[in-house]
Design a protein around this ligand. Sequence first.
Ligand SMILES: [Zn+2]
Length: 140
Amino acid sequence: MSRPQLPTDSERSALMQRVRRRGTPAEVTVAALCREIGLHYRLNVTTLPGSPDLANKAKRWAIFVNGCFWHGHKNCRLAKPPKRNREFWERKFADNRARDARKARELRRLGFVVAIVWQCETTNENALSRRLQSWAKRVS
Ligand SMILES: [Zn+2]
């Protein structure tokens, strides 16, 4: 894969604005970066296990963009359980993590290459772009 030309800030923000109507800021960032690196996708693919946030059925890849809190990102400052009802939250996070892992496993069993992107990773777009570019080599 040839290294694509990265967009200017204004190109990137124009694209983000277009995608923003549909997703969380983290999803918007990931969608924009996928576009940039030439990955074609559909958003929120409800016909696949776990309804991946981005997926390409023909190319058999899927990306989940996980909010750190709800998906219980381990050791992440965004996923600190509230002090009240701590046990409830700890259990909820554990359940969500187990469900996420199960969905990813189902997809892999179907031959999909799966990536999980955490919300906290989207604050460093350049690092995430590099990660996605190297991941994309497995799917193209
Ligand atoms: Zn996180």
